[in-house]
Design a binder for this molecule. Structure first.
Ligand SMILES: *Cc1c(COP(=O)(O)O)cnc(C)c1O
Length: 371
C-alpha cells in the first residue's frame, strides 16, 4: 500500500448532492440540457465569464475538443498544430476530426508551445493548417493575446484548457473573452472534478451554438440532423455534482494552493533550486492539479520516481513519454522537439490533493533528498 498516493480525488459528498438529486427525481429529466445543466451553465457564464460569450457542457473534455475542432477547423486544412508535451487526448481529438497532429516544441520556462516557432510554421504550412491547439500546461494562466491574433488571422484556435477551470489572472477567469474555443475538463482527477464532464467556452456565441447542436446528434430545431454530430451531453446527475462543486470550489482552490505553497517552502528550505531542480514558470492563481517539477540536468525522472516508490510515495511522469514518442503518434510531422525531450525526460509530478498535510509534503521532499 502506498503511504502517500499520487492523487486522492475528493468529490462533493452525498449530503451536498441530496437537494439536487431530489430535483432530478421531481422533474424526471435526466439529460438533454435539463434544468440543472442549464442552471450550471448560467452560473458559470455569470460567475466566471462575466456573461461575455457562451458556454456548453460536454460529457468529457476529449469530446469537447473533438466538437470544438470539428466545428471550427478550416475545411481544406490538414494539420492541427499542437505541443507534443500534452496528454494524448489532444492529438487523439485531432485524429478523430480527420486531421494530422503536427507537433511543435515548447518553451523551457513555462512548458507551453513556443510561439515564435509556431509563427514560423504557420508561415511555412500556410493553408495546410486546419487549426492550432495550444495546451495551457498544468493550468498556467497562459497569455492568450498571441492566440487571439492567430484566431483573428483566420486560423481557428482551440485551447486545451483541461486543467484550467478556476484559474484567474489579473482578476479575469482564464479564457474570458477569447474568440476561439476554450475546453475545460471536469474529470475526477482535475481540480473541478465531477467524475466525467467538461465545458466549452467561447466569446463567439454562434460557435458555441454550433457545438451545442453537434453534441446533440447535429439536430436542428426541427430535430433533423444537419451537422455531423454525436452525443456529447452531460447528464443531470453530473450537473448536480457540478452545481454542488461550484458551491465549495473556493475552498477547494485554497486547499490546493496551500499544499503547493508548502511544497515551495520545503523545496526552498532544502535548497532544491540551488541544486538545479526547476519548477514551471507560471502565471495567475492556479487550483493546482498536481506538483510538477524537473530534476537536475543529467538525472532521469524515472530514477526519482523509483526512489520515491521505494518509500511508498507515488509520483507520476506527466508528460513523459511526450506524444511524439508514443506508438500511434510517432509517424506525424513535428518541428525540432529538443526542449520537449529535455523537459520530459526530467519531469515528474508529485502528489497533490486537498487533504494533504504539511507533514506529507515534508515526507515527500525528504524522500526526494534521499533519491
Ligand atoms: C485531462 C486532460 C484531457 C482530457 O480530459 P477528459 O475530460 O478526461 O476527456 C485532455 N487534455 C489534457 C491536457 C488533460 O490533462
Amino acid at each position: 500500500m502506498m503511504k502517500i498516493p499520487f492523487l486522492r480525488p475528493n468529490l462533493v459528498k452525498q449530503e451536498a448532492l441530496t437537494p439536487y438529486i431530489s430535483e432530478i427525481e421531481a422533474s424526471r429529466i435526466y439529460s438533454n440540457f435539463g434544468p440543472l445543466n442549464t442552471r450550471f451553465e448560467h452560473r458559470v457564464l455569470d460567475e466566471y465569464f462575466d456573461n461575455i460569450g457562451a458556454v456548453t457542457t460536454v460529457n468529457n473534455a476529449t469530446i469537447g475538443l473533438i466538437l470544438a475542432i470539428s466545428q471550427c477547423k478550416r475545411p481544406k486544412g490538414k494539420y492541427a498544430l499542437m505541443p507534443s508535451f500534452t496528454f494524448a487526448a489532444t492529438p487523439l481529438a485531432a485524429l478523430w476530426c480527420g486531421l494530422e497532429p503536427f507537433f511543435v516544441d515548447i518553451r523551457p520556462d513555462d512548458w507551453c508551445m513556443d510561439e515564435k516557432l509556431l509563427c514560423e510554421w504557420l508561415q511555412i504550412l500556410g493553408d495546410q493548417v486546419a487549426t492550432v491547439i495550444p495546451y495551457a500546461a498544468f493550468g498556467t494562466n497562459m497569455d492568450l493575446d498571441f492566440y487571439r491574433q492567430v484566431n483573428e488571422s483566420g486560423v481557428p484556435v482551440v485551447v486545451d484548457a483541461a486543467a484550467s477551470f478556476g484559474v484567474t489572472g489579473s482578476q479575469n477567469h482564464f479564457g474570458r473573452g477569447f474568440p476561439g474555443c476554450v475546453v475545460f475538463s471536469f474529470h475526477a482527477t482535475k481540480s473541478f472534478g465531477v467524475g466525467e464532464g467538461g465545458l466549452v467556452y467561447s466569446a463567439n456565441k454562434d460557435l458555441i451554438s454550433k457545438i451545442r447542436q453537434a453534441e446533440n446528434f447535429g439536430f436542428s430545431a426541427s430535430r433533423e440532423t444537419t451537422l455531423p454530430g454525436l452525443n456529447g451531453k452531460m447528464s443531470e446527475y453530473n450537473a448536480a455534482i457540478a452545481l454542488s462543486t461550484l458551491d465549495v470550489f473556493v475552498q477547494k482552490i485554497k486547499a490546493r494552493q496551500q499544499v503547493h505553497s508548502w511544497y515551495l517552502e520545503q523545496l526552498h528550505q532544502k535548497n532544491f533550486f540551488g541544486k538545479g531542480w526547476t519548477i514551471q514558470k507560471s502565471e495567475g492563481e492556479i487550483p493546482y492539479q498536481f506538483m510538477p517539477i524537473c530534476c537536475p540536468e543529467g538525472r532521469q525522472n524515472v530514477d526519482v520516481i523509483h526512489a520515491l516508490s521505494n518509500q511508498n510515495i507515488e509520483a507520476r511522469t506527466y508528460f513523459s513519454p511526450p506524444c511524439h514518442q508514443q506508438p500511434l503518434f510517432i509517424r506525424y510531422p513535428n518541428t525540432d522537439l529538443k526542449v520537449t525531450e529535455r523537459i520530459s525526460s526530467r519531469i515528474l509530478s508529485l502528489p497533490l490533493w486537498e487533504e494533504m498535510t504539511n507533514q506529507d509534503v515534508c515526507l515527500i521532499v525528504e524522500g526526494m533528498v534521499l533519491s
